[in-house]
Write a protein that binds this ligand. Structure first.
Ligand code: UDP
Length: 365
């Protein structure tokens, strides 16, 4: 093949649940124009947090799987960096693509920098301004070593400008919104999640919690449990493995099991989760992704944090930050959300824009 017709190579690095969702908006589309080599770092390795997303979202099979999951954040980074650097030095791609704010994101960006390969960061510029969150460190560091900064919101663009980053910045919208907008109707048709659980639309609450700041400290975990115990409706709790582990390490798991309105479940597949989110009376969560998905599905959101990087959802009145304050959570649940929900997050075309920017940068046709 002559060099004129050779397709550029992009190495995409993913490793955990929200990144599989985000890559679903981009990978297949990108492959129409260039060659993609997909790396799964193994940060999430349980079937419920990984394989099910590849199947349901039609993600390409990873070309390389690392086993970097488990242990501390730094242990994960230490396991990811050497093989990623070696891969990038060998393959010499035109670009490395990373998503979001996890250890996988930072490892990909640092390895690319070490190997002299440019990086594109999807979901660049997000800031919670809470430096105690490991995700915030990952975001800031990744942005500062990236060459293309693909931002979901204008707030993100402004955050980068404040840090002196203006070159290579593109407002593309939110790739997770693409997947959700395309998937919500499919979920409504295919998922039997409500029927299987004998739930009525609007008749239950959905709760997810897994941030280190909420589950690693026993006192905070206890407050989380007390808050869940006080919820006034049937409460579905698809437990993240991290949270399950922390609850089991104390007597709190049994305590939650004893609460008559609480139904503890394994993490759900994407389509079941989206259908349950759409039909819930409200969602109570500390997830970043779920806050914006709730907004897009017009489900009121109560966020178990004292700040958020998705500020637009709060400003619009559809998301209320309550930290782990039970009374504030109950008051937020009693509110009626405002009548208006302005379009946020790019209207379902972010993946397309990411592809355009990547193709222009790499010279793909
Ligand atoms: N999600 C899912 N099943 C669940 C909980 C969440 O499919 O039981 C999806 C959710 O729809 C969203 C993503 O996982 O797309 C969010 O992942 P997570 O909360 O782990 O990550 P964060 O967004 O907080 O980084």
């Amino acid at each position: 093949m002559s060099s004129a017709t050779r397709r550029p190579l992009v190495v995409t690095i993913v490793g955990n649940r929200p990144q599989f969702v985000k890559a679903a908006a981009v990978s297949r589309r990108l492959r129409e124009h260039l060659d993609e080599f997909l790396v799964h770092t193994g940060q999430h390795y349980d079937r419920e947090l990984s394989d099910v997303f590849f199947e349901e979202l039609d993600l390409p099979t990873p070309d390389l799987r690392l086993k970097a999951g488990g242990g501390s954040n730094l242990e994960q980074l230490a396991r990811m960096l050497p093989p990623l650097e070696a891969l990038l030095r060998e393959r010499r791609p035109a670009l490395v693509l990373v998503y979001g704010d996890t250890n996988t994101t930072l490892a990909g960006a640092l390895a690319a920098r070490a190997a002299g390969v440019p990086t594109a960061h999807v979901e660049a510029g997000m800031r919670s301004f809470d430096r105690t969150m490991p995700e915030e460190t990952n975001r800031v560091l990744t942005d500062h070593v990236s060459d293309l900064l693909l931002c979901p919101t204008e707030t993100a663009v402004a955050n980068l400008a404040r840090e002196g980053i203006e070159h290579g910045v593109h407002l593309v919208g939110d790739v997770m919104a693409d997947v959700l907008l395309a998937g919500a109707e499919v979920a409504e048709r295919r998922s039997r999640a409500l029927e299987e659980r004998q739930l009525e639309p609007g008749g239950y609450l959905l709760v997810t919690a897994h941030r280190a700041g909420n589950v690693d400290d026993h006192q905070r975990l206890l407050r989380l449990v007390e808050l869940i115990e006080a919820l006034p409706l049937t409460t579905l709790l698809p437990l993240h493995p991290r949270t399950r582990q922390r609850l089991l390490a104390s007597d709190l798991f049994e305590r939650l099991e004893r609460a008559p309105h609480v139904r503890i479940e394994k993490p759900l597949g994407y389509l079941d989760f989206v259908r349950l989110l759409r039909n819930a009376c409200a969602v109570v969560t500390d997830s970043g992704g779920v806050q914006k998905e709730a907004y897009l599905l017009a489900t009121p959101c109560i966020t178990l944090r004292d700040r958020t990087e998705w500020v637009e959802t709060v400003e619009s009145g559809w998301n209320v930050l309550v930290d782990l304050d039970r009374d504030r959570a109950l008051a937020a649940l009693a509110r009626t959300p405002p009548p208006h929900r302005p379009e946020l997050f790019g209207g379902g075309r972010a993946g397309e824009r990411v592809c355009q920017v990547v193709c222009t940068y790499t010279g793909a046709q």
